[in-house]
Design a binder for this molecule. Structure first.
Ligand SMILES: NC(=O)c1ccc[n+]([C@@H]2O[C@H](COP(=O)([O-])OP(=O)(O)OC[C@H]3O[C@@H](n4cnc5c(N)ncnc54)[C@H](OP(=O)(O)O)[C@@H]3O)[C@@H](O)[C@H]2O)c1
Length: 233
């Protein structure tokens, strides 16, 4: 019997890719979901990929979430975007809507389907962010989207006390998203120097570290807050 099945959104890079790699190595089945796959999934017998743009609401309904006869099933709503980095008065509606759809609406729908359709032992995780609680000028869409994700997690966890449902703050992680942040030219992003400095000082967390901590959480019996920080694990 397999260790269980992980359904991970956003496996082509960063945290999702590192988690897919670590989970396959640990003995899980992995279903990766997103626009692009990764080598680890494509080359592994326990890896599977379903191609979908998560901002396409109709396509999200076609994602196969079952069978659940491979042990416990764990959904990790990870795909996300930093969204438009502009002052709130400059942000275009379409960019805002895209960010909200990918970061909030898609994981909400994935979670609802998962809770309805997947039987047996299950867990749900969301890649949250410190930006949910810490306002960053120029990041209105992202901060608002992650605050929504945290609060959604709290509500679903309350509604389903029998399922482990959490959002995690990964810290500043060395992924392509941080490159986008450092390369932003927006004058509205007044904290940019702080992100560049964190990178140059080697303070970014590696995606592999986040993945390994998550694998510990999946099998841990210890109670943790609904919203937790990877640095506290
Ligand atoms: N890096 C950090 O410091 C940090 C901190 C806090 C939270 N987070 C969160 O961590 C999560 C993962 O981000 P990351 O840092 O690992 O960055 P990343 O490497 O840019 O990963 C983002 C993932 O989302 C996927 N994605 C983007 N648009 C998509 C779409 N329309 N449909 C399906 N998949 C899509 C990307 O794949 P494709 O482009 O191939 O589709 C990629 O696999 C995000 O939710 C992010 O908000 C990151």
């Amino acid at each position: 019997m397999s260790l269980g099945r992980l359904i991970i959104t956003g496996v082509s890079s960063g945290i999702g890719k590192a988690l897919a790699e670590a989970a396959l190595k640990a003995g899980y089945e992995v279903l990766g979901i997103g626009r692009r796959s990764c080598e680890a999934i494509e080359s592994h017998g326990r890896g599977q990929f379903f191609q979908v743009d998560l901002t396409d609401a109709k396509a999200v309904e076609t994602i196969p979430l079952t069978p659940a006869d491979l042990g416990p099933t764990i959904l990790i709503n990870n795909a996300g975007t930093i969204g438009p980095i502009f002052s709130t008065t400059e942000v275009e509606h379409e960019q805002l809507a895209h960010c909200m759809h990918l970061n909030v609406v898609a994981p909400m729908r994935m979670t609802a389907r998962f809770l309805q359709e997947v039987e047996g032992e299950k867990q749900v995780y969301f890649t949250g962010s410190g930006a949910a609680n810490y306002p960053i000028e120029g990041w209105a869409a992202y901060c608002a989207s992650k605050a929504a994700v945290h609060q959604y997690t709290e509500v679903v966890a309350k509604e389903h006390p029998d399922v482990r449902i959490h959002a995690f703050r990964p810290g500043k992680v060395d992924t392509p998203m941080q490159t986008v942040i450092r390369e932003s030219s927006s004058t509205a992003f007044v904290d940019k120097a702080h992100f560049v400095e964190a990178y140059e000082q080697g303070e970014l967390v590696q995606p592999k570290f986040v993945a390994e901590k998550l694998l510990e959480v999946f099998v841990s019996k210890t109670e943790i807050p609904v919203i937790f920080s990877i640095s506290n694990i």
